[in-house]
Write a protein that binds this ligand. Structure first.
Ligand code: DX5
Ligand code: ZN
Length: 223
C-alpha cells in the first residue's frame, strides 16, 4: 500500500482557510489532518466544531481528526456530526480507553489512539486488535513546526512488531516534524501514514511538496 499523506491544517492560513482546503483537494494528499486542542491537555488552543464543520463542508477527502483534549468521551458524537471519519484520542487522556474506542466505532468512525513521546507502545498490547490506527507523536503535542524526536523510529519498529505478534492490522501514523528528509526512514521503520504541517504550508509550492512526500519510497534510502 502506498503511504498516506495527511497535511495538518493547523499550519494553514486561517484567514484564507478555504483556499488552503482547495489546495489540499487538488493535491495528491489523502486526508486532512485536523488538530483540536483544548488548552488543558496541551498548552495551546486551536479550534472547535464550527471550524471542523466548515473544513468538512469544503473538503473532498476524509477528515483525520486528532483530539488533544481531556475527557474526549463528552464530544465523540459532536465530532461525528462535524464530519470526522477518523477520530483519534490520546491514550494519556482516556481512563476507559476500550469504552472510548468502542464508542467511536459504534458511531461509524475509524478509531485511532495517539501516544505521546514518553508513552511506550506496549501499553496498547491489550487493545491493538480493536484499533484502526495508532498515531505516534514525534513531537510533544501542542504546536506545529517543532523538531522531530529521533526515538520515534524505535517506537514505530516496536509497534510494527506488536502488530505482527498480535496479527493486528492498524495504520501507523506519525505526527510532528515530518518532512522530506525523514520520510523514507519513517516508511522503512514501518509507518504508513504521515502528517505534515509546517513542511507543506511553509513550502513555496505546497502542492509540489505534497507530491514529493507522496512520491518518496524506501528505495530513496539506498540511493
Ligand atoms: C502537533 C500536531 C501536529 C502538527 C504537526 O501537536 O498534532 O499535527 O500540526 O505539525 P508539523 O508537521 O509542523 O510538526
Ligand atoms: Zn496532529
Amino acid at each position: 500500500m502506498k503511504h498516506i499523506i495527511a497535511p495538518s491544517i493547523l499550519s494553514a492560513d486561517f484567514a484564507n482557510l478555504q483556499d488552503d482546503i482547495e489546495m489540499i483537494n487538488e493535491s495528491s494528499a489523502d486526508w486532512f489532518h485536523v488538530d483540536v486542542m483544548d488548552g488543558v491537555f496541551v498548552p495551546n488552543i486551536s479550534f472547535g466544531f464550527p471550524v471542523v464543520t466548515a473544513v468538512n463542508h469544503h473538503a473532498k477527502k476524509p477528515l483525520d481528526v486528532h483530539l488533544m483534549i481531556v475527557d474526549p468521551d463528552r464530544y465523540l458524537e459532536d465530532f461525528k456530526k462535524a464530519g470526522a471519519q477518523i477520530l483519534t484520542v490520546h491514550y494519556e487522556a482516556c481512563t476507559h480507553l476500550h469504552r472510548t474506542v468502542s464508542k467511536i466505532k459504534e458511531l461509524g468512525m475509524k478509531a485511532g489512539v495517539a501516544l505521546n513521546p514518553h508513552t511506550p507502545v506496549n501499553v496498547l498490547e491489550d487493545i491493538i486488535n480493536d484499533l484502526d490506527l495508532v498515531l505516534i507523536m514525534s513531537v510533544n503535542p501542542g504546536f506545529g513546526g517543532q523538531k522531530f524526536i529521533e526515538n520515534t523510529y524505535e517506537k514505530i519498529r516496536t509497534l510494527r512488531q506488536l502488530c505482527e505478534r498480535k496479527n493486528a492490522s492498524v495504520i501507523i501514523e506519525v505526527d510532528g516534524g515530518v518532512n522530506k528528509n525523514n520520510t523514507a526512514a519513517l516508511l522503512k521503520a514501518g509507518a504508513n501514514a504521515l502528517v505534515a504541517g509546517n513542511a507543506v504550508f511553509s513550502a513555496e509550492d505546497p502542492i509540489a511538496e505534497i507530491a514529493e512526500l507522496k512520491k518518496i519510497n524506501i528505495e530513496a534510502l539506498q540511493a
